[in-house]
Ligand binder design. Structure first.
Ligand code: SIN
Ligand code: FE2
Length: 201
C-alpha cells in the first residue's frame, strides 16, 4: 500500500477510511467508551492531561504520579474491551504484519485539548510500528526529531486519515498542537478521536 505522503518517515494515508467506514468505526469506538469510560490520566507531574483517554485490547495505556505504563485493567477494575475488528483491519492493511497490536489507545480531544511533544516508548519492542487513525475534527499534528528539540514540521490530519510510524521514525517526537473544532460533521458535538495501535509486549 502506498502512502499519500511521507514526512520524516511518518507515512500518511489520506482518506484511508471513507465516510461509511468512519461512521462504522465510530460505533465501535462508542462501544469501547461505554465498557471502559474515558478518563483524564494524571501526568507524572501531577496535572491531568487535557485529552481524555481509554483503551481496548489486552493492555491499556495509563499514567499517574508513578509514571507512564500499560495496565491490564481500566481504573474502574474492569478488563479493557477487545480491539474491534474494524480497527484491526486497518492495522493488517497498512502494516502487512502477522503480529497484531495488544493495545488500541483511544484519545478524545474536546475543546482546548492538546498533546505535547512526546515519544511513544512504553512498549517493549520498537521494531513494531505505531498505527494512528483520526476521526472527527481536524488536528494539527507536529513531527519533531528522535531527540527533544530541533526543527519540527506540522500537518493537518483529517477524519479518515491513517498515519504509520515505524522504522527510523518509531521514536520520533510527535504531538497535537490544536484541533479545528467543528471542522468535521462526524461527531455531533465536535471534537476529535485518535486511535493508536501498539504492540506492547
Ligand atoms: C498520540 O501521540 O498518542 C496521539 C497522536 C494523535 O492524536 O494524533
Ligand atoms: Fe504518541
Amino acid at each position: 500500500m502506498t502512502p499519500t505522503l511521507t514526512i520524516r518517515g511518518f507515512q500518511v494515508f489520506r482518506g484511508f477510511l471513507d465516510a461509511a467506514a468512519q461512521a462504522a468505526m465510530l460505533k465501535d469506538v462508542r462501544a469501547i467508551a461505554a465498557a471502559a469510560p474515558l478518563f483524564s490520566p494524571m501526568t507524572p507531574y501531577g496535572r491531568p492531561m487535557s485529552v481524555r483517554m481509554t483503551s481496548a485490547g489486552r493492555y491499556g495505556w495509563f499514567s499517574d504520579r508513578s509514571g507512564y505504563r500499560y495496565e491490564r485493567l481500566h481504573p474502574s477494575g474492569v478488563a479493557w474491551p477487545p480491539i474491534p475488528a474494524s480497527v484491526l483491519a486497518v492495522w493488517d492493511a497498512v502494516t502487512g504484519l502477522d503480529r497484531r497490536p495488544e493495545c488500541c489507545l483511544l484519545n478524545f480531544y474536546g475543546e482546548g485539548a492538546r498533546m505535547g511533544l512526546h515519544q511513544d516508548r512504553d512498549e517493549a519492542d520498537f521494531t513494531f510500528p505505531i498505527v494512528s487513525i483520526s476521526l472527527g475534527d481536524d488536528a494539527l499534528f507536529r513531527i519533531g526529531n528522535r531527540t527533544r528539540g530541533g526543527r519540527t514540521e506540522s500537518i493537518w490530519l483529517a477524519s479518515g486519515d491513517v498515519v504509520v510510524f515505524g522504522g527510523d521514525a518509531r521514536l520520533t517526537y510527535h504531538g497535537v498542537d490544536r484541533i479545528r473544532q467543528g471542522s468535521s460533521g462526524l461527531l455531533n458535538d465536535g471534537g476529535r478521536i485518535n486511535l493508536t495501535l501498539r504492540v506492547v509486549d
